[in-house]
Design a binder for this molecule. Structure first.
Ligand code: OAD
Length: 246
């Protein structure tokens, strides 16, 4: 199957990769769904909505500070690194992520389209101004926005909120241009991100899924590799490298 995929890659010019929490699982970052997922232990409606934040910013900030702390101790894994190297096999390569952990950028990927924001950044909940990342937020004594005095929140797309318009538009444009689309480590349950692989298939791209578990995308995918992303992507890169040397 990897040999077949390597041949398809060599024949493709434009690729889009969509990643979800599963790509960071091998770095020790918890996913959202599944047995050990965050949404099994915490309620999204109490932590990841504007209503929850306005009602109880302290709890919301305690949770995001805990996640920031967790992320400060993790490194990109073999999957992130392999995706960086995969860029060079295409004329056009677009990495779209639902992750907010910044690990693709830390691994060296260029031009990452972040659909759901970035946990390291802050913005004002009222005037929407982007604020310096790295401000430590004290949940008991929130720093007011320097522009309007409003409450500072993490720059994450919460449930019920719109995705950054330019980013999702670019993701769809690149998807429609793609010869090959990789759907990696996502349960493909959250839209509009989960619509991207469907749009890719409808535009004639070869659809590849890498995920240890089946998802709604498995049924329409041309190639399903049911294993961990770090493992599959490293093997794929080795296969491509061997072929280019031969
Ligand atoms: P999920 O937690 O819904 O799904 C993670 C997927 O990763 C599952 O399908 C797992 O089978 C798979 N997985 C686990 N380990 C893996 C590995 N080593 N390699 C490859 N795949 C693996 O995460 P997302 O699909 O990213 O939104 O969730 C989408 C959105 O829902 C998130 O961006 C988040 C959440 O609510 C926001 O925070 C706005």
């Amino acid at each position: 199957m990897l040999t077949k995929l390597a041949t398809l890659i060599e024949r493709s010019q434009a690729a889009v990769v969509l990643t979800g929490a599963g790509i960071s699982a091998e770095s020790g970052v918890p996913t959202f769904r599944g047995a050990e997922g965050l949404w099994g232990k915490f309620k999204p409606e109490e932590l990841a909505t504007m209503e929850a934040f306005m009602a109880n910013p302290k709890i919301v900030w305690e949770w995001y500070n805990w996640r920031r702390e967790l992320l400060s101790n993790v490194e990109p894994n073999a999957g992130h690194t392999a995706l960086c190297r995969l860029e060079s096999y295409f004329e056009q390569f677009t990495l779209v992520t639902q992750n907010v952990d910044g690990l693709h950028q830390k691994a060296g990927s260029s031009q990452v389209l972040e659909l759901h924001g970035n946990i390291a950044r802050n913005k004002c909940a009222e005037c929407n101004r982007q604020l310096d990342s790295g401000i430590t937020i004290d949940p008991d004594n929130l720093t007011p926005c320097p522009n309007c005095g409003g409450k500072i929140r993490p720059d994450i797309v919460w449930f019920g909120e719109m995705l950054p318009e330019d980013t999702i538009d670019t993701a769809f444009t690149r998807t429609r241009q793609a010869d090959i689309f990789f759907c990696i480590g996502t349960s493909a349950l959250v839209h509009p991100a989960a619509t991207l692989p469907v749009a890719a298939k409808a535009s004639g791209a070869t659809l590849v899924e890498i995920n240890p578990e089946p998802t709604p995308i498995s049924e329409i995918a041309d190639i399903c590799l049911h294993d961990k992303a770090g493992l599959v992507l490293s093997q794929l890169l080795d296969c491509l490298k061997d072929r280019s040397v031969a």
